[in-house]
Design a protein around this ligand. Structure first.
Ligand SMILES: O=C(O)CCC(=O)C(=O)O
Length: 272
């Protein structure tokens, strides 16, 4: 998939690009059945929350080994529409995944992600340059009531704000301070929701402020995040590094697969 010069200019100016139908319904069905399978696995890479211990996040679906490995998600990660788009946005063909995660945001229990910039955590992982981008793909419809993600256009150009540690949910992270957010709301255009049916996607810069609310609806909101980094920007050594499933040490450049690799993968699996 060749991004247009307008799309690339939008990535640089606004920090994101939305793709209304990046994956088709056949591909989505294959990935959804993988979510059903992997979410049954008991592993530290499957983070649960709430009264019913529903899954909040599943990590490391893109590798070809490990408890949560999913060949279908690996095929998706390497597809020209995902890896190819990230290569063009970052201007580099040698990319690896710092991590991948599937946020399930279950009906009623799925909790919020406060406003944050991903690069806070990734810089602490030892990564020097904010030359990273995440492609997120909606796997079940994303709506305001089920906790769709919002982005604050252009906020990646601000650089990094001074964050605070948030431990209010099952997955702790560095988030933007309330006083800073109030300032940013005055400075940048209105937040934009990433809403749409399964297959809707967005790629966004690692310093772009983004957030999502609690899932108040009766439907789960499933969404995959592929976080790409340049191989040349791999993390430096840090004390007490986070586990491999959030700070990958597999820095081998990902190879582009064919555009129908998700569907071909499913054909091979069902023939075996
Ligand atoms: O799943 C969401 O709505 C937001 C996730 C997010 O912000 C993140 O993983 O950095």
């Amino acid at each position: 998939m060749e991004l247009t010069s307008e799309q690339l200019a939008q990535f640089n100016r606004d920090g994101y690009i939305i793709f209304p139908e990046l994956l088709n319904s056949k591909e989505i069905k294959i990935l959804q059945s993988e979510v059903d399978r992997v979410s049954q696995i008991e592993s530290e890479m499957v983070v649960r929350e709430g009264e019913d211990e529903t899954v909040k996040i599943m990590f490391r679906l893109h590798e070809d080994n490990g408890e949560t490995a999913s060949p279908a998600f690996r095929a998706a990660a390497c597809s020209p529409r995902i890896l190819g788009a990230a290569q063009q946005c970052l201007g580099d063909n040698n990319l690896y995944l710092h991590h991948s995660k599937l946020n399930m945001k279950s009906a009623i229990e799925g909790s919020a992600w406060p406003w944050h910039q991903d690069f806070h955590s990734w810089h602490l992982d030892g990564i020097k340059e904010p030359d990273m981008a995440t492609m997120t793909v909606v796997l079940t419809e994303a709506t305001p009531i089920n906790g769709c993600m919002y982005v604050l256009p252009g906020s990646h150009r601000y650089g990094r704000s001074d964050p605070r540690w948030d431990d209010s949910t099952a997955y702790n992270l560095w988030v933007a301070k309330t006083s800073d957010m109030k300032k940013f709301f005055k400075e940048f255009p209105e937040p934009v929701p990433i809403i749409g049916g399964p297959g809707t996607a967005a790629i966004f810069h690692c310093n772009l402020l983004h957030a999502s609310g609690h899932n108040l609806s009766s439907e789960d909101r499933w969404q995959i995040f592929f976080c790409f980094n340049k191989c040349a920007n791999r993390p430096n050594v840090v004390e007490n590094p986070r586990p491999d499933f959030v700070r990958s040490t597999n820095w081998t450049p990902l190879k582009l697969s064919s555009n129908d690799s998700i569907i071909n993968h499913a054909k091979i699996t069902s023939a075996n």
